[in-house]
Write a protein that binds this ligand. Sequence first.
Ligand code: F0G
Length: 452
Amino acid sequence: MKKPFLQAFGKEEATPTKYPIHEIRYRSNDGRTLEVVNNIEPMDAKQVKAMKELFDKRLTSFDPINKSGVWRYREFLPAFKPFDTVVTMCEGNTTIFSMPICARFCGTNNLFAKHQGLNPTGSFKDNGMTTAVTMAKKLGAKMVACASTGNTSASMAAYAARAGMQSIVFIPDGQIAYGKLSQSLDYGALTIQIDGDFDAAMDIVEDISNRGSIYLLNSINPYRIEGQKTIMIEMLHQLGWESPDWVVVPGGNLGNSSSFGKAFSELKQAGFIKKIPKIAVIQAEGANPLYKSYIAKNPVLTPVHAHTRATAIKIGNPVSFDKAWFAVESTHGIVEQVTEDEIAAAKSMVGRDGIGCEPASATTVAGCKKLVSKGVIKKSETAVCILTGHLLKDPDYTVEFHQDELYLDADRKSSVSGTQKIKTKGLSNRPVKLPANANKILSYIEKWSKTK
Ligand code: F0G
């Protein structure tokens, strides 16, 4: 097998510049994002069967490198060889749930959710952070940094702590959910609140990382994308290597959708799957640069000023735009946008299925509903929504929703000046205040149970 290397992503070149896998750089000389070229060799049916059996066998192992739902698939991660410095928290291993209530809500028959919120720090970021921090360790990094809407920072801070590295997070002041902020504080990261949005924080952290000793761990880092590929590899493993028709994923900085596209092309190349699932990237209407370009059929990024209560995806200038464009195009997928009301309603349905998720994750169910209504996703087709973060990441949103007090503006300042209230459409589940009297409570419960 040829050794992996780094290469600029994008336009075809006769003699593309190759960069060594252990060179610290985040962009090519001409400023493009980098990707790991793995040179995955095609396998014959016997080899594929043997490797699938190996993956099955690793499921019964207690060795962390096999227990991890990332490193279990390490044959697809050759850039990290040898695997003797792996920093793992047994990430991945996230369940695929059937979603009967959401399926009814979307008007489809076969709806599933792979819940990445069941990861050690509660989001899909752990899949990519285990690989990126492992590489940071190989490269001798002592200090790591990222800009974040909250989940990357939580994940990075945790993995850096496990690896004995110092971590620095740059977050937009007052714009990240408390669950996430509490994590990076507890894991010991230097937490810098930037007077600006995520896009501003991203520019600053890239600049600082280019100046020297700090290693950048945003998804511009190609080793993050490598780890996140395993979300799809594990999903296919769980589905008996039968591809669903659709994979539905939220779009923010667009690292996740990019990694899914890369996973599918490598799995196809290896002979692991015959059919490639179509990727549907869903963006919030107020943070929709990919959607806008997609509708205009123009593969050029025009940044937007982002606004959404789904703060995880409040991103207007996504780093992995080109890679995500390729993921959608190469899988014959689609990009859709959803409103704040649609996100809120979909999130409450995910809750009713007993699962729950954070707002950004609910764009998938909202997007699925829209795509079913447009006839893009057929009723009979199988769709897997990727729930990217845990319900408890953003409890304020959920409680405000159920009290019918959810505003587009998080600090509700503009509720005075008439800001938009997000509609709960009769889906809220208000807490009730009752006197401490057993008879009165029982009579209330009796009436309540009849309404259900
Ligand atoms: N869902 C959640 C819960 C996220 O935290 C993010 C991104 C996304 C979806 C979008 O994924 O960026 O790969 O398109 N959160 C980042 C962060 C940007 O800093 O935590 P993406």
